[in-house]
Design a protein around this ligand. Structure first.
Ligand code: IMP
Length: 198
């Protein structure tokens, strides 16, 4: 019998996301992301919801690689900005994936704003061979800080303090963040679902 862990392909090129998922999923799966498959096409995130984008990514990648594919679409919804940047979180500052510019714009738009509540949301889709198997969501409530603090994490982590904490996700560190984050919560549901199938 082959006891090697099954492969789980994460439909992202964001090494931070892959690492978070790898840490949380433990040794159940061999976690790789699409950077392990250099010939795969770039999937355009043309959807207007996290579920739409996560579905687009999971289906496109699962048509190209063998085995289970897990996609994640996530972002920050800020109440004072009517839910923006939401699905457009990664290009909020004008340049796709430029976290420094995204945080600069966030600080600019939130300057002087008293209502600072916000939440990270994540939707994950599991797919295989061009079919969606299931989808899962997770969120974490918190607030946007006036100034970035801490050096850990990625994206808006230095500007986001989860409910009940003064420190940002960056300051709290990976273990605390993963235990309560939108991605951690969605992934816990993925793991429970996968465990149920076995
Ligand atoms: P996606 O790759 O289209 O899902 O975009 C996600 C974007 O949302 C990232 O580029 C970040 O700007 C933001 N984001 C999502 N999850 C997190 C997180 O855990 N911490 C900080 N920012 C996040």
């Amino acid at each position: 019998m082959d006891d090697a862990p099954k492969r789980l392909v994460i439909a992202t090129r964001n090494a931070h996301k892959t690492e978070e998922i790898r840490e949380m999923i433990g040794d159940r799966f061999e976690v790789v992301d699409v950077t392990a498959f250099p010939d795969l096409p770039e999937v355009e995130e043309t959807g207007t919801s996290f579920l739409e984008n996560a579905t687009l990514k999971a289906l496109a990648i699962s048509r190209e690689v063998e085995g289970l594919v897990l996609s994640d679409d996530s972002g920050l919804e800020v109440d004072a900005l009517d839910g923006r940047p939401g699905v457009w979180s990664s290009s909020f500052g004008g340049e796709e994936g430029n976290h420094a510019k995204n945080n600069e714009r966030m600080m600019r738009e939130m300057a002087g704003q008293e209502v600072r509540t916000a939440r990270f949301r994540c939707v994950m889709v599991l797919a295989e061979a061009g079919e969606v198997l299931a989808h899962f969501d997770g969120s974490v409530e918190g607030r946007v800080l006036d100034e970035p603090s801490g050096g850990g994490g990625f994206g808006y982590d230095p500007l986001f303090a989860p409910e009940g904490y003064e420190q940002s996700f960056s300051e709290l560190g990976a273990e605390v963040k993963n235990g309560m984050s939108h991605r951690g919560r969605a992934l816990a549901k993925v793991v429970a679902w996968l465990d149920e199938q076995n």
